[in-house]
Design a protein around this ligand. Structure first.
Ligand code: ZN
Length: 305
């Protein structure tokens, strides 16, 4: 096991918030490239209403085309029980259930209250487990809500405690709109880690206000062991139209590896994938390592890939 497990979310959170629509085969290529770079756990798609999220309308086709490799775990994200049933039917290894810390966000995103979204997540975890699948819970808007504003950390801690009792493999706290600061992250990760012990804490950051990498660092120092990231940092933020996306996988991997953490990822392959992604999207990606290159170079032709 690597010191820090990096969970690739580019094919779901990344593409979901991009205006460029990828074909199913492009998505599968992205996933294949992530696997080639050492990723072993990734969000492959989400099972949501295709009318609301057209980027994920091919969820079943993506699921059917996933390369089966030893030790790889594919996650299907869901916002309700119906989605969970679809994810299980489609053969996903793991169901990722999402709730929100605020009523403002959960009512608009999921058509239910925050409490109801948490109850749904717990039900989804139990359902997945009875079907022999892994399951996890993500608490979105854990650091701030575009509708309700500031979020009380104690609310998130109590939600995490309840979520952990349902039997997921982990509980994640997500800065859905990219407003968190490192001090807030450190404090909340520490409290959630205690509340859900012995389950691990996963973190999910958007680089909307350029605090993404600092937040990852703060989270890791505070005890988080699983970090979401997207190749190239694609994704944007639906509530901040000109914002960048998730923290970039290759930039996070560089920061962690140069700091002595093992991630199990191959930087040069990540860089090559980010450049491929930029080509496929027809624009630069936000991640910076694919522009600057790794240091030190691991092969003489590394920059020419
Ligand atoms: Zn996200």
């Amino acid at each position: 096991m690597p010191d820090i497990e990096m969970l690739e979310v580019g094919a779901r959170d990344g593409l979901q918030n991009e205006s460029v629509l990828f074909t199913t085969s492009q998505k599968l290529e992205l996933i294949g490239r992530a696997l080639d770079a050492g990723v072993r756990r990734l969000e492959a798609t989400s099972f949501v209403n295709p009318k609301l999220v057209p980027q994920m309308a091919d969820a079943d086709a993506v699921a059917a085309g996933l390369p089966r490799r030893e030790g790889v775990i594919y996650i299907g994200l869901v916002l309700n029980k119906r989605g969970a049933l679809r994810a299980i039917e489609a053969g996903m290894d793991e169901v990722g259930a999402v709730c929100a810390a605020t009523d403002g966000f959960s009512s608009r995103n999921q058509g239910m209250s925050s409490d109801a979204s948490l109850a749904m997540c717990c039900e989804v975890v139990r359902l997945a487990r009875t079907q022999g699948r892994r399951a996890q819970i993500t608490i979105s808007t854990a650091f701030g809500c575009p509708f309700d504003g500031e979020v009380d950390p104690s609310r998130v801690v109590e939600m995490a405690r309840s979520a952990a009792a349902a039997g997921p493999v982990e509980v994640a706290i997500a800065d859905t709109i990219g407003v968190a600061s490192p001090a807030e992250v450190a404090a909340l990760v520490q409290r959630v880690a205690v509340a859900i012990k012995p389950l691990p804490v996963r973190v999910h950051f958007h680089n909307t206000r350029n605090t993404g990498l600092a937040n990852v660092w703060a989270a890791v120092q505070a005890g988080a062991r699983i970090v979401d990231a997207s190749l190239g940092g694609i994704g944007g933020c639906p509530f901040a139209p000109r914002a960048t996306g998730n923290v970039p996988t290759e930039d996070v991997a560089y920061m962690l590896q140069r700091s002595g953490y093992r991630t199990g990822l191959d930087l040069e392959r990540l860089i090559a994938s980010a450049r491929w992604l930029a080509g496929a999207m027809g624009r630069d990606v936000p991640g910076m390592l694919s522009r600057a290159g790794a240091f030190p170079k691991t092969s003489p032709d590394a920059v020419a890939i």
